[in-house]
Design a protein. Structure first.
Length: 628
């Protein structure tokens, strides 16, 4: 994650910031941020190629070439260099710092979950496997297995190798400190049960292939380990394997003794300098249980006077919210997407009975991008495309289930301002509707919503309510209006089930538009006119009275039977909506009134059931003015 000239790396509760000559930028207004490095920071080409050739006794040759284009959207740093205790690259050469990203094990992808990407001041490349006994980690941690004289180390991990969990008083943090009285290294990482068994020379745990993991390694002079020890005290690191000589810094000795620590302030920012002269800034918090006092990421943003993007640990966290209470905003990254595409090509050459040549080329594109939307108003509550990106509006058309047609009735077509395509199935848990309606399933603070449907799940609205269906979601800043035609939708918000089983039979349409909050007063008035039937809702008391009136199902006596309104989307798209109130067809036939208001002819399709035209007392419609 990047912050106006800083790049931030987080491993557990430890946070290290590298300050570079050059900038990455995060624009706070962008709801979906993809970070790209400044090319001036790099002299090497953007593609790295490694070739491997093997020959066996039968003269079979196989050439495997990997071409890896790696866009590290959250990692990029800058700077190098007694000799024994130092970070080591794959060739054993000394470097001032490096970062590893180990890929997760994914279904239907020809990777073992042990492959990793490596970056230091000079190199970005794909290396072999992370548990290689001659690899980067093994070379770096060699002093841990063959300790030199006057050597001290601390392995700390809240998930130690014995399979236990650290007591809850200890922090969620993982790392290794190794030093003598001259120099040392600090390795921060995210891997449970690591290092696995120092006494028997086994570093990597068997469980280490499943999830993605990160490692950040930096060389420091000995005097910096007093500050590092203080950092470990603050975060209550859990030391499970250690040996610190008596004449080492008292802060390191306190950590291995697991002594209680009472800081004089809950937040500790520190300036560090690597042995090669690279400036770092580390942050630690000592939790007091008061979010306003010691939320780590809020305090980092405040200290740096910069906006910040952060991702919390998904496995156990409760729903986090972006923090907008200061001049600097902390965006919570709700989703980190990794797109991994693999293309396999085979080229046949001349072949005889005694030898065969086959060329296999794999092209792997790994893009680590931050698909981030915080829960701060305009960021979280938004129409979303299939990748989770924010769009100003979209329209879906779900096809019906037809006889003798190889379709399930769940396929749909998608249109927005830039895209027209056929997507997969409408009940995809990672699809367009699910991403758009995520706030409905996991509401943020100061959030209001109305699900209205004249055919709600399990019942039918009374006749005095209009034939209309839709969802309104908003906070006091921005929101979404989703109009649709689907009975029993959304089906069961409390249990996270959106799509009804009956939803495949008929064709259905969806129109989603983003609005600023001030437009929801008009939308509320529209829903009053059409007598929308709210079956699931939560509107805070300080929201527009029109929205509160809708959820209370209050009677409305309009001063005119027809209500045209001009709206403007958050992206500036002009939209006109129409509502009618009375049942007198000659006075207020909706489509006739729309045509007269628009001064143009229109085509309409009326609901047909059992060959009889059904006319409903209240019908809503929306006309989107879009210039192709």
């Amino acid at each position: 994650m990047a912050i106006d000239g800083y790049t931030l790396a987080v491993a557990g509760l430890e946070t290290v910031i590298f300050q570079l000559q050059g900038q990455w930028s995060v624009k706070p207004r962008d709801p979906c941020v993809s970070l790209q490095h400044d090319p001036r920071l790099w002299k090497q080409p953007e593609k790295w190629t490694a070739g491997v050739r093997s020959v066996d006794s039968s003269s079979q040759q196989t050439e495997v070439m990997w071409k890896v284009l790696l866009t590290l959207s959250l990692l990029c740093w800058g700077l190098c260099s007694s000799v024994e205790i130092s970070y080591r690259d794959k060739n054993g050469g000394e470097v001032d710092w490096y970062i590893l990203y180990k890929v997760p094990k994914l279904n239907n992808v020809p990777l073992t979950g042990l492959e990793y990407f490596y970056i230091d001041e000079k190199i970005v490349e794909q290396n072999n496997i992370i548990n290689d006994p001659n690899g980067v980690l093994a070379r770096t941690l060699k002093p841990l297995f063959n300790p030199p004289n006057n050597f001290g180390y601390i392995s700390y991990n809240d998930q130690p190798p014995d399979g236990s969990q650290a007591p809850s008083v200890f922090g969620h943090s993982k790392g290794i400190v190794m030093t003598d009285k001259s120099t040392g290294v600090w390795l921060l990482h995210s891997t449970p049960n690591f290092p696995y068994d120092r006494k028997h020379g086994k570093l990597w745990p068997d469980s280490g292939s499943r999830n993605a993991q990160t490692f950040i390694c930096v060389n420091f002079k000995y005097n910096q380990f007093q500050e590092i020890g203080k950092h470990l005290q603050y975060i209550r690191a859990f030391p499970f394997d250690h040996d610190i000589p008596n004449d080492f810094h008292s802060e390191l000795k306190s950590v291995v003794k697991r002594e209680d620590f009472e800081p004089n302030k809950p937040f500790l920012p520190q300036e560090l300098k690597s042995r090669g002269g690279q400036d770092f800034k580390s942050f630690a918090k000592y939790s007091s249980g008061m979010r306003d006092a010691d939320d780590l990421y809020f305090l980092i943003a405040h200290d740096l006077k910069s906006n910040l993007s952060a991702r919390s640990w998904e496995a156990s966290r409760k729903h986090e919210e972006s923090d907008c209470r200061d001049d600097w905003i902390v965006y919570i990254i709700d989703y980190v997407g990794m797109t991994l595409s693999v293309e396999k090509k085979r080229t046949k050459r001349s072949v005889d009975s005694s030898s065969q040549q086959t060329e296999v080329m794999w092209k792997v594109l790994l893009t680590l991008s931050l698909l981030c939307w915080g829960l701060c108003s305009s960021v979280e509550i938004s129409c979303r495309d299939k990748n989770g990106g924010e769009v100003d509006w979209y329209i879906l058309y779900k096809v019906p289930k037809l006889n003798n047609v190889p379709l399930t009735g769940l396929e749909y077509f998608y249109i927005d301002a830039k895209t027209m395509e056929q997507n997969n199935i409408i009940n995809d848990p990672n699809g367009v509707l699910e991403r758009t309606l995520k706030p409905l399933l996991n509401p943020p603070k100061n959030f209001g919503y109305i699900s209205y449907n004249d055919q709600p799940p399990g019942c039918t609205a009374k006749n005095e309510f209009g034939h209309s269906k839709g969802i309104v979601m908003t906070d006091k800043s921005t929101g979404v209006w989703l109009l649709h035609s689907t009975p029993s939708f959304p089906y069961d918000r409390k249990h996270g089930v959106l799509w009804p089983e009956s939803g495949s039979r008929n064709a259905q349409t969806f129109i989603c538009v983003n609005f600023n909050y001030n437009q929801f007063q008009k939308i509320g008035k529209h829903l009053q006119y059409i007598r929308a039937f709210p079956f699931d809702h939560d509107i805070p008391e300080d929201f527009y009275s029109e929205l509160k009136s809708v959820v209370k199902r209050e009677d409305l006596e309009p001063n005119k039977p027809f209500l045209p309104q001009e709206l403007k989307s958050r992206g500036g798209q002009r939209i006109k909506i129409f509502a009618k109130y009375s049942t007198d067809r000659n006075a207020d036939d909706l489509y006739f009134l729309m045509a007269r208001d628009l001064k143009r002819g229109i085509q309409q399709h009326t609901a047909v059931s059992q060959y009889q035209v059904q006319r409903f007392p209240y019908i809503e419609a929306a006309a989107v003015q879009h210039r192709c």
